[in-house]
Design a protein. Structure first.
Lengths: 78, 78
DNA sequence: ATGTGACTTACAGTCCGTG
DNA sequence: TCACGGACTGTAAGTCACA
């Protein structure tokens, strides 16, 4: 059945959200910790991870830095 | 010695702006034309190309689509 | 054909809480 | 620890007049 791979890429904000959550969990960080590191609000992180927010480049960049992954990598479609 | 390679990457919005302008010019398009294609305002495109605006993911995605380049590629540091 | 400053309105981003 | 909501505040979106 070949699980998934719907080449029809998901919206960038969704891909970013997934990558962010994955990276954060890999680092064993809580949303609150990440929020603090990135200088953003706790609740906002959650919404971004769920792909619910139309985040700005600057914020993406700060979050990417906080999880130590280059932004462009976080947006690369799997 | 390994000179240069100013890994000290410019802000993402600046990289995006440069990539957008390069792509647009490569396609021989005017800002006005691109604006029409992307459904955005002419002056806004200019501001984005100059890295003056903290653009959102959604807008970046639309612009990337208008110049037919994947967003993540446009953000890849040279 | 583009740059720029100024402007209004829509929504990014905060902060309080609850389960 | 996180999802989710409502009410707020700040700033991006989107437009314009003019250089």
């Amino acid at each position: 059945m070949h699980t998934t791979s719907p080449t029809s890429t998901l919206p960038a904000k969704v891909r970013f959200g997934h990558a962010l959550r994955a990276a954060r969990e890999m680092l064993g960080m809580s949303q609150e910790e990440l929020a603090e590191r990135a200088g953003l609000h706790r609740t906002y992180i959650g919404q971004v991870e769920r792909g619910e927010r139309n985040i700005s480049v600057d914020s993406m960049e700060r979050l990417a830095a906080a999880v130590k992954i280059d932004l462009w990598i976080m947006l690369t479609p799997k």
